[in-house]
Each structure stands twice: as structure tokens, then as C-alpha cells.
Design a protein around this ligand. Structure first.
Ligand code: RIB
Length: 305
């Protein structure tokens, strides 16, 4: 039986423009291309978990619009169980994304239907949480819902992963004891800890602070500098694979989904981190959010174990 990953989070339609560079305030640039691509941190992590070996259920909300239908269809095409994806009134979530020629991006999201994923909606799908081995949350849905899910998952004894993205301020203090793996990037680790994070050394200091706050283990993703793992006793640095980046959108989501599916499937933490890193490295060589996420055989072609 494949391991079961449940993702509680957002589904967005990404409206993606490529341009030579990101626009400055007040500036109009001529773009090079435009595409609508299925995305949203929750849905991307669900797709990554499914393509990378897990059985996946998604809990989320889409609008009663064409984007909602397309976002659901994209997950169903990956054999993701969408019975807990609720169609609510109004618009689906969208993300306005500009990707520049050096593969950097700038993103503005509008929550739309994601804002209607309330704790009451999640309560209605408690059986889905009960069936999980690993539960993943992010921060593109209401904070009360994330807080509720973390506590419920902890009560059920599930392995709880929080990818605190996007983050601009510290987390609620009472969330930490329900988090087994906290997986921020540099800027999120900085927002959560109140400390600068721009190197391995500063990441160690921030990770220690987040563990002191109550998180079980912390993995800070550092882009080209790899990842830092902290468990409260020691640190381990996992160097990044060198690739030619085309688009970094959803690289973090691919890491989280890859890590979760490998961990749920019985791999060690170190193996799961390396697996997530290979998957994320492959994703940055391809454009778009969900289209960029590799399959298990893509990863095994690089690392057969
Ligand atoms: O992490 C990438 C995702 O962030 C995009 O797919 C976009 O929808 C935003 O949620």
C-alpha cells in the first residue's frame, strides 16, 4: 500500500508572464509570453506528493468558475482524491506571476475561494485526516484553519508538516508543539524567527530559535546553498544539486511534496531530504508550477535508490 499524504491548502490558477526583468514600481514592461498554469502551494504539494510516489488526498476550496473546474481536473489527472475539494461560490484563487530571464519570480496571490476553507469545512472531512500518514499545511488558507488542522492532526497522532509560506510575521506560539517538521525558506525562516537568514550559520541560529519555540525538527531551504536540517541536537547541511534554472516557481512545493512522500514511504529523514532536493532541482529546469514537477522515475533516473 502506498503511503498516504493529505494536503490541506490552496489551489490557484497561475497567470504567468515572462519578461526580461521584473518591473519597477510604476513601470510598464513589454512581456515575452503569457500562460495560465495550475498552481497554488497546496495543490502543487499534492501533485508533487502524488507524482513522487504517495497516495494523496487534497482538502481545499475552488470557486464556481472555469478555473475551479480546471484546477480540480489537474489534480484528478494525477489520481489525487478530490472528494474533499469543495466548490464554493465566487472566484477561484489566482496568482499573478512574473518570471524574469534570470529565473527569479515575483508573485501576488488573491485568495478567492481559498479564503473559504474554514475549520468547519475541514471538520467535515475528518475521515480524510484520520486516513493520513502525513499531513501537510501551508499558509495560503485562513490561519484559523491551519491552527485547527495542526491541532487535530496532533490529536490523531499524524506526522505534521508545516510549510510556512507565504510568511511575513511569527507563527502563533501555540502551533509549534503540533509541528513535527517545519519547512521554511530563508525569508520565511527570517520572518518566523525575527533573525536575518542568509547563510548556513544564520540558518542554524534561526532553526535553533524555532526549535526552542517548540517545533519538532526544522528544515530551512536555502536555494543554491542547499538545505539545513536541525533536530535540536545537531545540524546537517545538504548541499544543493547544480542545475541551470529556468523557473523556480514551485521548487519549494516540490521539495515539500517529495520530502513528505519519501518520509511517509519509510525513508529516513536524510534520504527524504535528498530525494526532495533532487525533485526540486529538476523542477527548476522546467517552466510553470505543476507542469514543472517531476515524476518518481525522473528522480530515480538521477538517484536510483
Ligand atoms: O509556490 C508557488 C505557488 O505560489 C504558485 O503556484 C502560486 O499559485 C503561489 O501560490
Amino acid at each position: 500500500m502506498p503511503a498516504k499524504v493529505v494536503v490541506i491548502g490552496s489551489l490557484n490558477m497561475d497567470l504567468v508572464t515572462r519578461a526580461e526583468r521584473l518591473p519597477r514600481a510604476g513601470e510598464t514592461l513589454i512581456g515575452e509570453s503569457f500562460a495560465t498554469v495550475s498552481g497554488g502551494k497546496g495543490a502543487n504539494q499534492a501533485v508533487a506528493s502524488a507524482r513522487l510516489g504517495a497516495e494523496v488526498s487534497m482538502v481545499g476550496c475552488v470557486g464556481a468558475d472555469v478555473y475551479g473546474e480546471q484546477l480540480r481536473a489537474a489534480l484528478l489527472a494525477e489520481q489525487i482524491d478530490c472528494r474533499a475539494v469543495t466548490t464554493v461560490g465566487g472566484s477561484s484563487g489566482v496568482a499573478l506571476i512574473v518570471v524574469d530571464d534570470s529565473s527569479q519570480n515575483a508573485i501576488v496571490i488573491v485568495a478567492g475561494a481559498n479564503g473559504l476553507l474554514t475549520p468547519e469545512v475541514v471538520t467535515g472531512f475528518d475521515a480524510v485526516l484520520q486516513a493520513a500518514d502525513v499531513i501537510i499545511c501551508q499558509l495560503e488558507v485562513p490561519m484559523q484553519t491551519v491552527g485547527y488542522t495542526l491541532k487535530r492532526g496532533r490529536e490523531l497522532g499524524k506526522t505534521m508538516i508545516l510549510n510556512p509560506a507565504p510568511a511575513s510575521s511569527p507563527l502563533a506560539a501555540d502551533w509549534y508543539s503540533s509541528i513535527d517538521y517545519l519547512i521554511p525558506n530563508e525569508s520565511e525562516a527570517s520572518a518566523l524567527s525575527g533573525l536575518p537568514v542568509d547563510s548556513l550559520k544564520t540558518a542554524e541560529v534561526a532553526a535553533s530559535r524555532l526549535i526552542a519555540a517548540g517545533a519538532g525538527k526544522v528544515i530551512i531551504t536555502l536555494g543554491a546553498q542547499g538545505s539545513l536540517f536541525a533536530n535540536g541536537q545537531s545540524f546537517e547541511h545538504f548541499p544543493a544539486l547544480k542545475v541551470k534554472a529556468v523557473d523556480t516557481t514551485a521548487a519549494g512545493d516540490t521539495f515539500v511534496g517529495g520530502f513528505a512522500s519519501a518520509l511517509a514511504g519509510g525513508k529516513s529523514e536524510a534520504e527524504a531530504i535528498r530525494f526532495g532536493q533532487i525533485a526540486a532541482a529538476l523542477s527548476v529546469t522546467r517552466a510553470g508550477a505543476q507542469p514543472s514537477i517531476p515524476t518518481l522515475s525522473d528522480v530515480q533516473a538521477i538517484s536510483p535508490s
